[in-house]
Design a protein around this ligand. Structure first.
Ligand SMILES: Nc1nc2c(c(=O)[nH]1)N[C@H]1C(S)=C(S)[C@@H](COP(=O)(O)OP(=O)(O)OC[C@H]3O[C@@H](n4cnc5c(N)ncnc54)[C@H](O)[C@@H]3O)O[C@H]1N2
Ligand code: MOO
Length: 441
């Protein structure tokens, strides 16, 4: 922000905390452990994609729940030829379940998916049967010249009840991430709704009177980098975010925005994410506003770069507030460090894991600080990308992950933890699974 004397407001503290900032790993763990899972919620199947099951989905009855035909044709009892009932008689519709037992040496028309009558031993396909007039005006079915030699075998083209699952079988265990096929399976199993882990609701407050939302910014202005994408990232992290509130740099705006920040549905937000104002100048109001609202600072700075001024607080009404620095890359790295674990904890999910990948470059030491460096994975090695200054987005735009470089640095060829990016979880960083050896075998 551009600082003027008149913009200065109340300050929570003038000095830096006297204790050393927690390490990157400690900060991540704290952000994960400060919150417990929100109560699970029931959602209709149509809204369940991507949700995580809180409770097993079991088969409410056998699947399939009745023996059915896999072909259009006739259900037959005995070796044939078979007597067919008059198709005009009531109950002769092939799909209806109103049949009685099929008598020996009788056949009955059946459609794919139709209920196989008791007594039927096989289904003779339509193209394999021949119907001719029988005695006394009846119809007679026999195996036709086009049939295969073994038709109809016992049990042929009958899908037995319980073939796919028995009632009570666990089809989708708790913890499963739902996808379209799994939702379809829950429907097949008789469910209308599923009990899933809650997605925390996130309110976003973007600060800075120099921030403009359209077009090419003039000198002294910056184009907003958060509004167009932060909501998407929060959703990729497992939250539900609404459109951002935007405020300038005055203390009263901060106070009011934090006080009134609500969930996208207007209810109480579980998390408030702010950008900017985490520094210690007279225009940086995060800590002072939290203090005025009676909140508690849980984490005040992290021994990491970029993103070291990140703050995490809790308000008296239970809302967590994550203060991301204003510098765009610093904010995204702070979001991965503090926001991602917090949202995971509230959503009842594990702490997002980093995977060890061999470093393709010497990464020099930076005593006392972990560096988060956007990287690409080439031939199984992690290489830092260029353009990763705290205010830059160019490097992150082409990155596949983020190297977590410890304070002692990493030599080329040594393992370094790499965090996946929320928008590229498909990048294969699982050891041993990539034929090109992208990660450590
Ligand atoms: N004396 C010191 N100054 C600074 C320090 C320090 O330790 N001592 N740390 C620097 C670091 S590192 C960071 S990170 C920033 C933290 O700044 P704030 O969180 O207070 O953020 P602002 O001052 O409001 O803004 C910083 C920077 O980010 C730009 N910004 C803000 N919002 C947006 C947005 N929506 N889109 C794009 N860019 C945005 C803003 O214009 C500033 O350029 O403090 C350093 N200073
Ligand atoms: O840490 Mo600042 O977070 O380097 O931009």
């Amino acid at each position: 922000m551009l600082i003027t004397e008149t913009m200065a407001g109340p300050r929570a503290g003038h000095a830096h905390p006297c204790h050393a900032a927690p390490s990157w790993a400690e900060a991540r763990r704290l952000a994960y452990e400060c919150a417990g899972p929100l109560p699970p919620v029931w959602v209709p199947l149509a809204d369940a994609d991507g949700r995580v099951l809180h409770r097993d989905v079991t088969a409410l009855q056998d699947l399939p729940h009745y023996a059915s035909s896999a072909m259009d044709g006739w259900a037959v009892n005995g070796a044939g030829p078979w007597l067919l009932p008059d198709p005009q008689q009531p109950g002769a519709h092939p799909g209806l379940a109103t049949y009685g037992r099929l008598a020996p040496n009788h056949a009955r028309v059946i459609a794919t998916g139709g209920l196989v009558p008791a007594g039927a031993q096989a289904i003779l396909r339509k193209e394999s049967g021949e119907v001719v007039p029988g005695p006394s005006g009846s119809l007679l079915l026999s195996v036709g010249p086009g049939a295969r030699a073994d038709e109809p075998r016992r049990g042929q083209h009958i899908r037995p009840a319980g073939e796919e699952a028995l009632a009570g079988d666990v089809l989708l265990p708790a913890g499963t991430v739902l996808n379209p096929a799994r939702i379809a399976l829950a429907a097949v199993a008789g469910h209308d709704e599923v009990l899933v882990r809650a997605r925390p609701s996130v309110a976003v407050v973007l600060t800075g009177s120099e921030v403009v939302t359209q077009g090419v910014p003039a000198a002294g202005e910056v184009r907003d980098t958060f509004g167009p994408q932060l909501g998407t990232v929060l959703s990729q992290l497992g939250g539900i975010a609404g459109g951002p509130a935007r405020i300038g740099d005055s203390f009263s705006e901060w106070l009011s925005a934090l006080d009134t920040a609500t969930a996208p549905d207007g209810g109480k937000a579980d998390v408030v994410i702010t950008t900017g104002g985490t520094g210690r100048s007279g225009t940086d109001h995060f800590r002072a506003a939290i203090g005025s609202l009676g909140g508690r600072i849980l984490l005040d700075g992290i021994a990491m770069r970029p993103g070291h001024p990140a703050v995490l607080a809790e308000l008296p009404d239970g809302r967590f507030v994550a203060g991301l620095p204003g510098n765009p890359l610093a904010a995204m790295m702070a979001l991965l460090t503090v926001g991602a674990p917090l949202i995971a904890a509230l959503g009842g999910r594990p702490l997002p894991a980093a995977t060890d990948v061999l470093s393709g470059s010497d990464m020099p030491p930076d005593p006392g600080r972990t560096r988060l460096v956007p990287c690409r994975i080439l031939s199984g090695l992690a290489f830092p990308v260029q353009h990763t200054g705290p205010g830059m987005m160019r490097g992150l735009a082409w990155a596949e992950g983020v190297m977590v470089v410890p304070p002692d640095g990493v030599d080329s060829g040594q393992p370094v933890p790499v965090l996946p990016l929320p928008w590229s979880p498909g990048v294969d960083m699982v050891p041993g699974t990539n034929p090109q050896g992208r990660s450590i075998p």
